[in-house]
Ligand binder design. Sequence first.
Ligand SMILES: [Zn+2]
Length: 466
Amino acid sequence: MKKHLPEDFVMPSFVSTPNNENSDPTTELLIDLTDQSIAGFSPSLSNSKNPDISNKSTLSNSSSTNFFGDTLATKTIGQFDLNYLLSPMAEPETTKATATENNFDKPIERWLNVNIRAGDSLTKIFKQLGLDTRIALEIARRSDAKILNMLRTGPYLQLLVRGKRLISLRYQPDLLSILSVDLQGETYRVNKIQRQFDVVERTATGIIQSSLLESGIAKGISQSLLFNFASIFQWQIDFNKDVRSGDQYTFIYEERYLEGRKFSSGPILAAELIVRGNMYRAIRHIGKNGANQYFTPEGESLQGLFLRSPMRIARITSPFSKKRYHPVLKKWRAHKGVDYAGRIGDPVMATADGIVTFAGRKHQYGKVVILQHGQKYSTLYAHLSNIAGKIQKNRTVAQGQVIGYVGKTGLTTGPHLHYEFQINGVHKDPHNVKLPRSFAIDRSLRPTFMKNSDFWSKRLNQLARR
Ligand SMILES: [Zn+2]
């Protein structure tokens, strides 16, 4: 079964067991959360076949309705040891059947994990589950539980029920808060729990052997952190071409934990890259809109107007040259661009903000996109298998936006990207042209930034000396 959970979905602590923790500080990521590494929810971490759990279980069969195909954790509530299941409402019949079946003698308590769908209300959900809807109405009327009148869609609701009766309810209105409703005596008690991230600082450092990605992953650094690191320097360094074995990387980053479990890695706070003896450093600055920006320790922007490479991972197969032997035409002529090897379908990015001046077929170029960047600059991307949907003449594009996909249309021997760069209509080598920087740090923010920069530069010095 394919699992799709929202990125910010983290279950509250009452579904967790302490020994489920992933102690490796670098392997778990925010993006992984959409798949399987939700705190305590990885099927490999808990097992319904575990006799310790199933003996205490109040559920005879947990296989069919469980979202992850597994039992998740146990906890004692009152005198019951309960299994917490993640069972979406996609199969209400099953849920109902189980509930009724166990109702004859002594009603059992069980947690139902509800996947809230668009248009669902608490009453509607209660009705579908065969629960007492008067309770839903009573709770939703309360002023301290108003939030339950506007349920957000997704797996954010859990109900502990006994027969038709609601014992407890947990609802997660946003990532960091939980609303709980618990039956105490004859009335329901509402509680709001606010959670907080714990932030831990980490460092990563290593020597590049083949590529940054391979070397970093071999050291246990997550792929997304390595991509973040590379993207900080992408205006200075073409990681496909400039980096050699023996080059070094160092960075300091944050990890966020939610109730003892790692939630995400990043942002990078300070970074250093040594490429063939040249040192590049970047210091994080939080921009006005809260976004992370990176500057040199002197406060110059690292963000250039152009990316060095239109592909994230690519190898140059034919450089810019005044004269080269053309493999198809079988004659010598200038190669006015750079060829990147790629597989059909690999994404191609706009190297700068601009306007589409051409998107379509053009002779030997095959499917091609041409972008104009301000008055002076233009770029061209040729042999595409497909042009991205939004890329049409006169549309604007943003730097890094995917404009098309590697292909072999036009005059070419195999799939690759042919990339051209022009200044005032003259072809230039995109790897040797001096590119303009976009901006430096705001004058008013400079003193604060320089203090930060000093601090982080010293930290990087210490790491380098280790
Ligand atoms: Zn070419």
